[in-house]
Design a protein around this ligand. Structure first.
Ligand code: DAT
Ligand code: MG
Length: 149
């Protein structure tokens, strides 16, 4: 089983989109491992987006991500990193297909409502950055046997 880090960004929280986004992951069949509403420090956000340090939008992105509450979550499932990225859509909402989170719920690349880890390695790094071990719950989902062969 894989785990991925998903966060509803400050714009998504303010717009009341948390429920819609959680619902998509639940319906797809992923297991919720951890969730918290939290306002990140700029230091944490800078570490989170460290690979974009050279980008012209890095400072604004970090300032924005630390500007209000985000809903941080860990979701688990088979190939969840890749499947979740597909559910998110493209980075630019204008390139995102209807049916995806970004294709359905937003218009501006700088306000694209959701973050999702892009690789299994980055998922591990991001989960460690945002959550402590005791915030992650281990339980057997009743749906497991219906979801997996
Ligand atoms: P993603 O969030 O799809 O993984 P990314 O890691 O390349 O995309 O970039 C992180 C975030 O930075 C992205 O969700 C929105 C913002 N961003 C990316 N490219 C941008 C751009 N050209 N202008 C403004 N913001 C941008
Ligand atoms: Mg990314």
């Amino acid at each position: 089983m894989e785990r991925t880090f998903i966060a509803v960004k400050p714009d998504g929280v303010q717009r009341g989109l948390c429920g819609d986004i959680i619902k998509r992951f639940e319906r797809r069949g992923f297991r919720l491992v951890a969730a918290k509403l939290t306002q990140a420090s700029e230091e944490r956000v800078k570490t989170h987006y460290a690979d974009l340090k050279a980008a012209p939008f890095y400072a604004g992105l970090c300032e924005y991500m630390a500007s209000g509450p985000v809903l941080a979550m860990v979701w688990e499932g088979r190939r969840v990193v890749k499947l979740a990225r597909t559910m998110l859509g493209e980075t630019d909402p204008a390139e995102s297909k209807p049916g995806s989170v970004r294709g359905d719920l937003c218009v501006d690349i700088g306000r694209n409502v959701i973050h999702g880890s892009d690789t299994v390695e980055n998922a591990k790094r991001e989960i460690d950055l945002w959550f402590t071990a005791d915030e992650m719950l281990d339980y057997t989902s009743c749906a497991h046997a219906c979801l997996y062969e």
